[in-house]
Design a protein around this ligand. Sequence first.
Ligand code: E4P
Length: 214
Amino acid sequence: MKFFIDTADVGEIKEARALGILDGVTTNPSLVKKSGRTFKDVATEICKLVEGPVSLEVVSIDCDGMLKEAKELLKYGSNVVIKLPLIPEGLKACRRLSQDGVKTNVTLCFSPVQALLAAKAGASYISPFVGRLDDVGQDGMQIIPEIRKIYDNYGFETEILVASVRHPIHVHQAALAGADVATIPFKVFGQLVQHPLTDKGLAQFLKDAEATKA
Ligand code: E4P
């Protein structure tokens, strides 16, 4: 499974990249706002820093506007993936861009049938938002194995990119369900590696090693 980081904070991307397990980056307008920088500055820096795919989101809500924006976003680098909302105009734009060989990430997906539509439109990635479904009292993770099954039934190559990840259990369940990618917030990256028994065991090993030095 690939790991993307869900952030527009360059410092966080550098730290996650240093772990040697980072495959790409996803951003959205809210994450860019949170970074306190302009979209242009952030996109320029991230696309240079990261070799893997970098999702940059359009903010138009009509197909022509999305296509126009995509043309500009693609100038940031050859690794840019155009992030499109899962609305009818977004699907139209997805079809057009995929026909032109442009990578797309269809975002704001909350149901398996929406994911089916995105795959039919030729999306490179589908982003189901599991955490936001949890927030409204649904089991967000439940849709991931269903999307996997639907894609496998028909041989769709669209990659399932589990988004709105809130904790390590989401990553665990995404991996079990056969998701292709999880886009993970920086805080959760930190939590993934931690286990109290690892720390306890290491402390004991270091203590015992010290005792055998003399
Ligand atoms: C995905 O690409 C989105 O940027 C993101 O995962 C949304 O997460 P949130 O629900 O925590 O805002």
